[in-house]
Write a protein that binds this ligand. Structure first.
Ligand code: HEC
Ligand code: HEC
Length: 261
């Protein structure tokens, strides 16, 4: 009987030892850097985006803990909106070298909690980095700006037209200016990116003609000419130029028209 009892307690002991060994090796495995010597910190980078129209840069620090260089062979992101700024692949990081990896997250047009992952792999390990960005919900005015950011001609379409172009239908001169232009340029709470027309030096009719017809690509200033999907007819544009020449007299010596960028 005793030998059997002994073997039971021995096997119990062996079982416990086995558990200790398993747990120990698990803990050891956790202690070994997942990136195979290349370690990133933090692995999850959280931020609240302060802007709705500006991309956000997040930084991950990295260190190569090995005596040998590591080569990052490939990178992929869970969306095109998350771009790591890395040199050409393969990206070689010297022994014990450390640095910062910048990751640019595209913000315009998104809001809520954005979570994206990036994978960087070397010959024998993969690092997964996570960006978690909280983008505040835009209010109505900011949503309009987002729509205009994606397409400056959006002001003439859909619901936007109710305020920005329908009221200008059939108007000319001063009335047209009030309906189509003053809505932005003389708003009580004029946005910082909308200039005060009275404060801008200019050379007269050609300046007005260019800005009214074409506006400025890459800004919120739309093109009002029909060839730019604008709402104004030729007689309306000519009446507006005449009105503006009188309202904002040209600045002596100013350039006649601004070159488009
Ligand atoms: C209810 C009327 C109304 C509607 C609808 C409207 N807007 Fe506006 N918009 C205004 C007014 C008024 C301003 C002047 C600023 C202010 O008082 O908010 C303005 C200003 C702007 C500006 C200049 C930047 C700024 O914030 O001042 C842009 C760009 C713009 N609107 C785009 C749009 C787009 C795009 C849409 C449709 C998605 C739209 N708006 C719909 C009334 C409107
Ligand atoms: C949706 C808002 C909006 C409306 C509507 C609008 N503008 Fe603008 N406008 C802008 C913004 C924003 C700029 C600044 C562009 C830039 O980034 O240089 C601008 C720039 C201009 C400039 C150039 C000022 C300078 O010398 O730098 C002129 C001139 C101008 N607008 C005239 C007009 C006229 C005339 C109308 C009406 C037919 C009009 N705008 C309607 C938003 C608007």
């Amino acid at each position: 009987m005793r030998p059997i009892a002994r073997s039971r307690s021995t096997s119990r002991l062996l079982g416990v030892l086995w558990l200790v060994v398993c747990l120990g090796s698990r803990l050891l495995a956790d202690a070994i850097p997942a990136g195979g010597g290349l370690v990133f910190w933090p692995r999850t980078n959280q931020a609240r985006s302060p802007h709705l129209l500006t991309n956000l840069s997040l930084r991950f620090r990295y260190t190569n803990h090995l005596e040998a260089p590591v080569r990052v062979l490939g990178v992929d992101a869970s969306c095109h909106c998350t771009t790591p700024k890395i040199p050409a692949l393969p990206w070689t990081i010297g022994p014990h070298a450390a640095g910062e990896l910048e990751v640019v997250v595209e913000i315009p047009g998104k809001w809520g909690l954005l979570e994206k992952t990036l994978r960087l792999w070397t010959a024998d390990a993969t690092n997964t980095l996570t960006v978690r960005v909280d983008i505040p919900e835009p209010d109505e005015r900011q949503k309009n700006r987002l729509a205009a950011f994606a397409d400056r001609q959006a002001v003439f379409k859909g619901d936007c037209a109710n305020c920005h172009s329908t009221p200008a239908v059939g108007l000319t001169g001063a009335e047209l200016y009030r309906a189509a232009c003053a809505i932005c340029h003389e708003a009580e709470h004029r946005a910082s990116m909308v200039p005060d027309l009275a404060a801008k030096p200019h050379g007269g009719a050609a300046y007005w003609s260019q800005w009214i017809r074409i506006g400025k690509p890459g800004s919120f200033m739309p093109g009002f000419d029909r060839s730019y999907t604008g709402p104004l007819t030729e007689p309306q544009i000519l009446s507006l130029i005449r009105y503006l020449e009188g309202r904002f007299p040209p600045t002596p010596g100013a350039k006649v028209a601004l070159p488009l960028e």
